[in-house]
Design a protein. Sequence first.
Lengths: 286, 227, 227
Amino acid sequence: MAEYKVQFEVFEGPLDLLLYLIKKEEVDIYEVNLTKLATQFIEYIDTMRLLDLEIAGEFLVMAATLMYIKSRELLPVEQQAQVEGEEEGEDPRWELIRQLVEYKKFKDAAAQLQALESRQEHVFPRIPGKPDFAEPAAEPVKPDVSIFDLLNAVNSVLKRFEQREGQAREIFEDKWSVSEKIESVLKVIGERGSVKFSDLFENAASRGEVVCTFLALLELIRLKQLVCAQPEAFGDIEISRAVAAEPETVTNEDEKTSNIEHRTSNAEGEDVDGPQSGAELKENAQ
Amino acid sequence: MELKFVLESLLFSAQKPLSAKELREVLVNAADAEDAEATVKSLAKIKEAELTPALEELARDHESAARTYRLVCVAGSWQFVTQPEYGPWVRALVGVKARPPRLSQPALETLAIIAYRQPLTRAEIEQIRGVSVDGVMQTLTERGLVESVGRAEAVGRPQTYGTTPMFLEYFGLRGLEDLPAADELRRIPAEKPPAPVTVDPGLATAAPEELKTQTETPAQTTEGEKS
Amino acid sequence: MELKFVLESLLFSAQKPLSAKELREVLVNAADAEDAEATVKSLAKIKEAELTPALEELARDHESAARTYRLVCVAGSWQFVTQPEYGPWVRALVGVKARPPRLSQPALETLAIIAYRQPLTRAEIEQIRGVSVDGVMQTLTERGLVESVGRAEAVGRPQTYGTTPMFLEYFGLRGLEDLPAADELRRIPAEKPPAPVTVDPGLATAAPEELKTQTETPAQTTEGEKS
C-alpha cells in the first residue's frame, strides 16, 4: 500500500502511469497487451479512490478510453470492422500507443535535461582578475564628455552657489567674451572635426553666453575658419573647419589671475587627521 | 600569429563570455591602436564567419588536452569553464553558484517538449503530456526559460511558445542543435497509418504489431529499448 | 583525483593570485562541506609543503603545452597569465569593456572646481559645492582624472587635489591654461564652514590667507606644491 501511495504522488499524468505499468511488465510499448494494461490502470484508479486521493480528470478520461479499447477487443470481428469503418481508420489503440511512444521520448529527454541541469551546478566559468594594464592611465580614453559639459558644470556650480549664498552678484555677471568663445569653438571643432550647431548652445548658461557663442561663430565664419552645412532640410546645422584654413590663434587676454582676493579656507574636513594646533597654524601663517 | 591562439588569449583574459561578433570587434580595436603592428592589423581583416571554425578547433584542442577546463560555447558566446568534477573545490573557492532552484519533473518534461518541438501551442504541449500545463507554463515563463514566440495559423490563433537564450544558458547548451538526441525527437510524430488497420480477430495485441511495421520511424527508434 | 589537477582547476577559476597557503585553505574548506566526498576529504590532509612541488609540476605542464598562457608564481602567489605577445589583443579587450560611463553631473562639477582651483583640499571642494564629495572624489580618482598633489600648509596638513594629465587628455586640452576662462569660478570665495567646532576661529582664517598665494594661478600651482 505504501508503495502505491508513493508512486501515485510522482505520476505526472495518466500517460506517466501507463508507462510505469508497461515498464513493470518489461515489454516494449508496441508489444503491450492493451487489454491487460487497461485492467491494471483501472485497478490503480480504484486504489487511488480507496486511498481517498484526488484523481485528476485526465486519469478518468484515460480510464474511459481504456475501457472503450477493452470493450472493442471483446466484440466479434465483424462488429469491430464496423466500428473502424465509422471512424475512418481511427484506431484508439494506435492513437494511445503513438501517444505513449511520444511521451516516453520526452520523458527521457527531460531526464537528460535534468542531468545537464545538475551538471551545470558544478561548472564554473573562468572569471579572471582584470589584467594589470587595465589601469585607466594606460588606456587612451575616448572623450565622452565635452568641454561644454565641464563649462555647464561650472555654471551649475555658480548657480547653486548663488542660491546658497544669495550673494556675489558680480559672479553672475556674464564674463563671456567673444574672443573666449572663438577660442573654445575652435577648440571643440579642432577636437571633434565638426559639431552640431545646437550642441554649441546646448549648455549655454545664460543669454549672454549664447550671444557670445553666436557672435564667435559668425566671426569665425566671416574669417573663413569655419563652414556651415545643413545636410537635410530642417536638420541640425553642422559646423566644421573650413578646408585648408590655418587655425588662426585667437589670443585671449589672460584674465586667469583674478584681482579679487581668493579667500580659501582650510577648515577641517576629513582630511584633517591630527588635533588642531594653534601653534602650528601660527607657524604656518608666518 | 595564428588566429586561434589570439582567440584563446582573449577568451582566457575575458571577464565574460564573448560571441564571435564581440571577438571580431576586439580584433578590429586592437588593430586600431596607434602602435598596432602588422600582425595585429592583419587579423582585423578576418570575417566573423571565419572565427567560428577557429573557435571550434580551439574547443577541440582543449577537449583533447583533457585538462581541468574546457572552452565551451553557450548560447552563442564562448568561455572557459572548469570541468564539473572539480566543482567541490572551485565552489569552496568562489562560493556556491547563484542558481534558481532545480526544475520540477513536470517543468522539465514540458520544457523538453517545447525545446524539441518549438514553436508549438499550449494545446499541443498538453496533448503530448496528457495533462494540463497551466501552472508549469507559468513557472517556465517566469523563470525566463520559455516565451511566446508567435501565433499559430489555427482557429483562435493561439500563442506559440519557444525556448529563450536563458534556456540554453541554464543547461549550458550552445544551441538547440546541441540538445541530446535532437534528431530523433524533432522528427515529426508518426502519423496514423494510411489505410484502416486490419485487426487479427480476437487478438488484442495484434493491432500494435501491425502498426509497428507501418510506422517505421518511431518503431525503429524505440525498439530494443525495453522500458 | 590528482592534487595537481585540483590545484589547476582552482587557479583557473581564481580571480586573484593564490599562495600555497591559500590553496591549502581551499582544500580544507572543500572537505568541510556537508556533502564532501571521500576524494575531497582526502585532499584536505595534504600539507602546505606538498603543494609547492605539485604547483611546480603544473607550471612545467603548461610550459610544455605552450599555449597562450602560463602558470607563474609571483611573490609566492600562483596565477595564470597570458603570454606577453598577446598583449595588443588583450589590451584591446580591456579597452572594449572598460569604456567608462559618462561622468555624472556631481562628478563634473567637482572636477570643474578642482580644475579651476587646484590645488585645494577636499574641505574646500565641499565648501564650494555645498555637499559632501566623498563618492565623487573616489570616482574621479579611480578614473585617473584627479589625484593628490600634496598637502596644504594647514592644520592636519590635509591632502590637496589637482587634475592629472589624463584629465587634459580626456577633455582634449593641451594644458590647464587651455581651460575656458571661468573667472567667476576662480573667484568664489571659499569661506570656512559657519561653525567649526574644533578650530579656533581666529586661527582658522589665518592659514587660508597663507594658502591664497598658492591658489591664485591654478596652472602653475601643481609644481611647487608637492610636500
